[in-house]
Design a protein around this ligand. Structure first.
Ligand SMILES: *Cc1c(COP(=O)(O)O)cnc(C)c1O
Length: 447
C-alpha cells in the first residue's frame, strides 16, 4: 500500500528522465509531449547526457585500475553521423562492421585511427575502403581473410595493425541469436581445434600484418561476469602458449562488449562499468600468474552505451478488446522501428508520456501497425485509461532499434532526436514517402 500523498513511481527513471512540473515525462530537460508534437511519432529520443555518463564511468574504471585501455563504441547498436560525432567528442573510438558504417563514420569526420573494423565476411571492396581510409585496427576473423587482407595490403603497399578474433568455446547465457563465443559459431578462429594458434603462426609469417593481440566477443545482453572470466582465462592460456612458441607479447586483449542492460523489472544487470571492473581485475591476476606482460584492455560496448539512453515515443491509435483473452492497443510504429520483440522475444515496459505516474487501471498488449500477427511490441502492459492520440513512451530502445529499422509495409523510418540540458536536436530526419521511392525505377516498356 502506498502512503497517502506518497507519489507512486510507476516507471523506472533511466538517465535524466523525470516527471516535469506539467506532470509529463521529460528527458534531457525537454517535455516529451512537445517532442512528439514538434517531430511527430514514432520518434526515437536519445538522452545524450546518459551516453556521456556511461563513457565516463567506463574510463574511470580503467584509470582506477592503472591499466592501458581503449573503448570502442560498437556502432552497429546505433549508427548515425551525429552519433559518431558525439562519440568522437567524448574521446573514444568506435567499431564498424561494414563499408556503410565506415562511410557514415567518415562523413562524421571520425578519427580513422580510432576505428576498429569487424566482420566475418568483409568484402575486398570494404577492406580496400578501410585501408585507404586509414582505419586503425582490423580484426581478422578467418583464414580466407588473412590471405585477402595480406594481398590487398600488398596492392596498396601498406601494413595494418590487426587483432585475431578467437572463438573461445564459451556459451554465454543469452538468446542463441546473440550468442557468439561458443564453438559452433560463424565468428572467429576456433580455439579448441588449434585453429587460433594456426592463424597466429600464419600471421607471424606475414610482414604486412602487424599483430597487436587477440579479440573475443562472447555474446550480448550478458548478466554474469563468469562468462567473461572464462573467456579471459581461455585467452590468457592461449597467449601463454604463443609466448612460449615465439616469445610473442600481446599489446592488446580485446574482450568485446555484451554487457547487459535493464529492459524491464526482471532484468537486474550490474552497472556496465562494474562488469569491466571485475574483468580487468581478473585479467590482471591471470596475466601475472602466467608471468606475462599486461596488455592494454580494449572493450567494445554497444548496447550498454545506448540502449537505456533511447526511448521511443508512439501515438496510440486503435484498440481491440477480446474479453477474457487480451486487449490489443495499437500504436503508429511497431516491428519496422523495433524488430527485437519479434526477433528475440525481447520484453519492454511502456507508460504514458503525458501522465507517467498515473495509477494503472488496465492490462493491454501493445501492438504495432504492421501486417504481421507477430508485430507485438509489449505484452501485458499495466496502463491507465488511454485515448487515441495519447503518447506512449517505450524506454530502452536505444540499441538495435533504429539500427535494425526497415521500411516494411512501406512505412517511413522514424526521426531521431538528441536531447540534453533543455535542448533538442533533430539528428536523423523522418523518412518521407518520396524517400521511399527514390531508388525505384519505372517499369520498362518491354516487360
Ligand atoms: C555486437 C558486437 C559488440 C557489441 O555488443 P553489445 O552487446 O551491443 O555490447 C562488440 N563487439 C563485437 C565484435 C560485436 O559483434
Amino acid at each position: 500500500m502506498l502512503k497517502k500523498g506518497a507519489k507512486k513511481m510507476s516507471y523506472y527513471h533511466y538517465g535524466t528522465m523525470v516527471t516535469n512540473a506539467a506532470g509529463h515525462l521529460a528527458i534531457g530537460g525537454v517535455d516529451t509531449l512537445d517532442l512528439a508534437k514538434e517531430y511527430g511519432t514514432p520518434l526515437f529520443v536519445y538522452d545524450t547526457a546518459l551516453i556521456k555518463q556511461r563513457i565516463q564511468a567506463f574510463k574511470e574504471v580503467f584509470e582506477a585500475a592503472h591499466v592501458a585501455y581503449k573503448i570502442t563504441y560498437a556502432s552497429k547498436a546505433f549508427a548515425a553521423v551525429a552519433m559518431y560525432q558525439l562519440i568522437a567528442k567524448a574521446g573514444i573510438g568506435c567499431d564498424i562492421v561494414s563499408g556503410g558504417e565506415l562511410y557514415t563514420a567518415q562523413q562524421a569526420g571520425f578519427p580513422m585511427a580510432e576505428v576498429t573494423f569487424h566482420g566475418n565476411n568483409k568484402t575486398a571492396a570494404e577492406i580496400e575502403q578501410a585501408i585507404a581510409a586509414g582505419v586503425g585496427t582490423i580484426v581478422v576473423d578467418n583464414f580466407s581473410e588473412i590471405e585477402l587482407l595480406d594481398d590487398l595490403l600488398a596492392k596498396a603497399n601498406k601494413t595494418a595493425a590487426i587483432l585475431l578474433r578467437i572463438s573461445p568455446g564459451i556459451s554465454a547465457h543469452t538468446h542463441e541469436y546473440i550468442m557468439t563465443g561458443q564453438e559452433d559459431s560463424k565468428f572467429g578462429f576456433d580455439l579448441k581445434s588449434g585453429q587460433a594458434t594456426q592463424a597466429f603462426l600464419e600471421v607471424e609469417k606475414r610482414d604486412r600484418l602487424h599483430l597487436l593481440g587477440i579479440h573475443c566477443h562472447i555474446g550480448s545482453q550478458i548478466f554474469e561476469t563468469n562468462g567473461f572470466e572464462m573467456a579471459a582465462e581461455a585467452l590468457v592460456q592461449l597467449l601463454a602458449q604463443w609466448h612460449q612458441k615465439t616469445g610473442f607479447d600481446a599489446q592488446v586483449m580485446n574482450l568485446g562488449g555484451g554487457f547487459g542492460v535493464r529492459y524491464t523489472a526482471d532484468d537486474q544487470p550490474l552497472a556496465p562499468q562494474d562488469y569491466v571492473k571485475d574483468i580487468v581485475a581478473d585479467v590482471q591476476g591471470k596475466m601475472a600468474e602466467q608471468g606475462l606482460k599486461m596488455p592494454a584492455i580494449w572493450i567494445e560496448p554497444g548496447r550498454s552505451m545506448v540502449a537505456e539512453a533511447g526511448t521511443t515515443l508512439y501515438t496510440i491509435g486503435t484498440r481491440k478488446d477480446l474479453p477474457g483473452i487480451r486487449n490489443y492497443l495499437a500504436v503508429d510504429g511497431g516491428m519496422g522501428d523495433n524488430i527485437r520483440p519479434a526477433l528475440y522475444q525481447a520484453k519492454y515496459d511502456t507508460f504514458l508520456a503525458g501522465q507517467p505516474e498515473a495509477e494503472p487501471t488496465q492490462k493491454v498488449t501493445v501492438v504495432g501497425k504492421y501486417c504481421e500477427s507477430g508485430d507485438i511490441l509489449a505484452y501485458d502492459q499495466q496502463l491507465p485509461a488511454t485515448q487515441p492520440g495519447d503518447i506512449l513512451a517505450m524506454p530502452t530502445t536505444g540499441a538495435y532499434g533504429y539500427a535494425m529499422a526497415s521500411n516494411y509495409n512501406r512505412n517511413p523510418r522514424p526521426a531521431v532526436v538528441f536531447v540534453e540540458n533543455g535542448h533538442a536536436a533533430l539528428v536523423v530526419k523522418r523518412e518521407s514517402y518520396a524517400n521511399l521511392v527514390q531508388l525505384d525505377q519505372t517499369l520498362p516498356e518491354n516487360f
